[in-house]
Design a binder for this molecule. Structure first.
Ligand SMILES: [Zn+2]
Length: 298
């Protein structure tokens, strides 16, 4: 059977707002506290286990920690999404190591064992960070997002929010392999000798359209069917990435304005998310990323 994994980035309101003019405090966090439990219920409904990419700072806030602990109890994997969503390209070498060290310590303490997976905030990864991941005991990285859509999305973001404060995609990512690979320690987008398995976020061959549910709720079900058809035809294992905002309702208390994807929240988003899980479940064995890693890397 084909293999797929489900990934959720636990970016709450503060993470999405930190580069806007008026950042939101880390607590209360309308997106995290409302959308994360919704995800857990839907995953239970479909009997699917996912990998949750956690911003370690959220573990230091008891109310949020409680939901993360609940996700562990329900069988989901915890992976690292940095300490407080800093972009690694903005950090020097010492800063990159500090960020990995601090977040790893918090997450390892939380789960009581070594955390295996990492995704850099903003898909902003470099070979130095990869070396630190090796050093701090990681097995896989999910930071490469080889899509052609990021640039148009940033332009859309600029038009709707007036700013782009996230790192722009490098052209290198566009040429990265679509299937899991061991990257070069000189160029993360090429195959090489790193011991960290790179598991790219799935995009289609040629047009490199992402399988993210955020885009699917925007472009509709036929987009998703077409993208998945391509991916299946070329036998690419699926790493399907979700974000909390995929299930957030900005009309809830503590709403955060100016989030482009948030404009499209409604029942449609929840329906789309269930639809994605449903069609994946039909043709794929759905795993956490760690299980997926073990299967393709016995
Ligand atoms: Zn993020």
């Amino acid at each position: 059977m084909r293999l797929a994994n489900i990934q959720i980035d636990l970016d709450g309101s503060w993470a999405l707002s930190q580069y806007l003019d008026k950042p939101i405090p880390k607590y209360p966090d309308a997106i995290f506290q409302n959308a994360f439990p919704r995800f857990l219920d839907i995953l239970d409904e479909f009997e699917v286990k996912a990998t949750c990419f956690v911003n370690a700072v959220d573990v230091t806030i008891p109310e949020k920690k409680a939901i993360i602990v609940e996700s562990i109890k329900r069988g989901h994997e915890i992976a690292n999404h940095g300490y407080d969503h800093k972009y690694f390209s903005s950090l020097n070498l010492k800063g990159k190591e500090e960020e990995i060290k601090k977040s790893t310590n918090i997450l390892n303490d939380l789960v009581g064992k070594q955390v295996k997976g990492f995704r850099a905030p903003g898909y902003d990864i470099d070979p130095y960070t990869l070396s630190f991941l090796e050093q701090y005991g990681y097995s896989y990285d999910c930071s490469v997002f080889p899509t052609s859509l990021v640039l148009p999305i940033k332009i859309f973001q600029k038009i709707t929010t007036g700013q782009i404060k996230t790192p722009l995609p490098t052209w290198g990512a566009l040429l990265a392999p679509l299937k899991p690979y061991y990257p070069s320690l000189n160029n993360i987008y090429k195959k090489g000798k790193s011991n960290i398995l790179e598991i790219p976020c799935t995009t289609t061959p040629f047009l490199r359209l992402p399988l993210h549910v955020g885009y699917a709720s925007f472009f509709g079900e036929s987009y998703l069917k077409l993208a998945l058809g391509f991916v299946q035809f070329f036998n690419i294992p699926v790493s399907c990435v979700f974000h909390l905002i995929d299930l957030s309702n900005l009309f809830e208390k503590g709403k955060a304005k100016n989030f482009t994807q948030g404009l499209f929240f409604n029942i449609k988003k929840e329906k789309m998310l269930k639809y994605v899980i449903q069609i994946l479940k039909k043709d794929y064995q759905l795993l956490t990323v760690e299980e997926f890693y073990k299967k393709i890397n016995p």
